[in-house]
Design a protein around this ligand. Structure first.
Ligand SMILES: NC(=O)c1ccc[n+]([C@@H]2O[C@H](COP(=O)([O-])OP(=O)(O)OC[C@H]3O[C@@H](n4cnc5c(N)ncnc54)[C@H](OP(=O)(O)O)[C@@H]3O)[C@@H](O)[C@H]2O)c1
Length: 286
């Protein structure tokens, strides 16, 4: 058993990100007389999604930006949603657009995401944003907020990434895949695991850095973790439980994210900060 691991404290680091963001927002307003604005779009009445959107709006206002909340009925069609997103894309008073996902099943989510212009895609969900991050062209797009927030957290704790073996469990377009690309850009050697991976325990056991992005409570067992590894748990499941068996993993890891209070706050802070950056770019002050 290793000594108590260092907690990768997303609550504290995200507050530092938000404080720096507030200063950036003040400077944008001083120089341009324009207040940056994030538009959030919620389709339907899923209570968890409604809470996330509310929280994002609150954080936005806390750093001095405007938040424009758009709530559409669950019966909204793909065409209607695309049209609304295009309107927001063309509105010079809106600098960032977040479409809260998942959207109702009848909507073509990809078509909706792609209606967001890359310059306002502060949640990093479009093909252009993914391509920009994968090609190492950060000025051509924004990173998907959860993996980008994880990278900020690793940087804040000076976690060595170069040459390390990172194992990302999960390959969703908003989390696992961009996570792998970002770790690769930071010179890690990356393995991506998914539901068809053979011998997941053996894969995880090789990792210097494990990122769990599955969506299954306590699925990654503590016994799989290599002693001294860094464990990042992006999972957020019912009962505030992550994808990693926390206590058992913490007994072997050198650093670990708590759930809650690890990745979640970093995701929101990254969204808010990327909105301020997008506004500065659109207003010509960055
Ligand atoms: N904290 C935050 O801010 C934040 C943000 C976003 C998501 N999350 C959380 O992160 C988790 C993942 O989210 P997501 O949107 O990426 O989920 P997702 O789209 O459902 O993707 C889950 C991934 O896990 C893989 N997987 C499923 N079962 C597996 C198994 N038995 N072995 C190995 N891999 C398996 C899937 O593989 P296949 O591709 O083969 O199906 C898929 O790639 C969820 O708990 C979600 O709530 C948190």
């Amino acid at each position: 058993m290793s000594p108590t691991p260092i907690l990768l404290d997303g609550k504290t680091v995200s507050q530092q990100v938000l404080d720096a963001c507030a200063a950036r927002v003040r400077s944008i307003i001083d120089r341009t007389k324009v207040t940056p604005c994030l538009a959030t779009v919620l389709v339907g009445e899923d209570p968890a999604s409604a809470t996330y959107v509310k929280m994002k709006g609150k954080r936005c206002e806390a750093v001095g930006m405007k938040s424009l909340r758009i709530e559409l009925p669950a019966a909204t069609t793909t065409d209607q949603l695309v049209a609304r997103l295009r309107e927001l894309g063309a509105d010079p008073g809106v600098h960032g657009i977040l479409l809260q996902h998942p959207v109702p099943h009848h909507i073509n989510e990809r078509a909706a995401f792609e209606a967001i212009p890359a310059a306002k895609d502060v949640d990093g969900v479009t093909i252009q944003s993914f391509g920009a991050i994968s090609f190492g062209l950060p000025h051509a797009g924004y990173g998907s907020c959860t993996p980008a927030g994880i990278m900020r957290l690793l940087e804040a704790y000076k976690v060595p990434v170069t040459g390390k073996h990172a194992v990302v469990v999960g390959r969703s377009p908003i989390l696992g895949k961009p996570m792998a690309m970002m770790l690769l850009a930071a010179d890690a050697t990356v393995t991506i695991c998914h539901s068809r991976t053979k011998d997941l325990p053996g894969m995880v056991a090789q990792a210097d850095i494990v990122v769990a992005a599955i969506g299954k409570a306590r699925f990654i067992k503590g016994a799989w973790i290599k002693p001294g590894a860094v464990v990042v748990d992006a999972g957020y499941n019912a009962g505030n439980v992550g994808d990693v068996e926390y206590e058992e993993a913490a007994a072997r890891a050198s650093m670990i994210t708590p759930v809650p209070g690890g990745v979640g706050p970093m995701t929101i802070a990254t969204l808010i900060d990327q909105t301020a950056i997008a506004a500065a770019r659109q207003l010509g002050v960055l």
